[in-house]
Write a protein that binds this ligand. Structure first.
Ligand code: SF4
Ligand code: SF4
Length: 99
């Protein structure tokens, strides 16, 4: 187990211990119009799993639900309330094997 000098694991190492069974349908929906006009795009830097990205050609925001840690940060932090987020269907989603 990789820990720092204080005996604390890095977030990347903790995430690597998780198991995710993802549903084919996304549990995260975005208001595309709101996102298009969003100046901060704060979701991109706030998601701990780096699931929000901006397509280089179109500039369109995308979210990859398959790696979601179910932390809820994107829903809470969005200044335009553009994220509709619900827990994945029963039997799907993240399984924390450590902690
Ligand atoms: S989800 Fe929220 S923070 Fe992210 S681009 Fe859309 S409006 Fe902006
Ligand atoms: S709930 Fe957390 S991990 Fe999932 S997309 Fe939102 S910020 Fe990322």
């Amino acid at each position: 187990m990789a820990v720092n000098k204080a005996g604390i694991m890095k977030i990347e190492d903790k995430v690597a211990l998780c198991s995710i069974k993802h549903h084919k349908d996304s549990h995260i929906q975005l208001d595309e119009e709101a996102c298009k006009n969003c100046e901060t795009k704060i979701c991109v830097i706030s998601c701990p799993a780096h699931l929000y990205t901006i397509e280089p050609e179109s500039g369109k925001l995308k979210v990859d639900h398959t790696g979601c840690l179910e932390c809820g940060t994107c829903k809470i932090i969005c200044p335009k309330r553009a994220v509709t987020w619900k827990y994945p269907e029963p039997g799907f989603g993240i399984y924390y094997r450590y902690g």
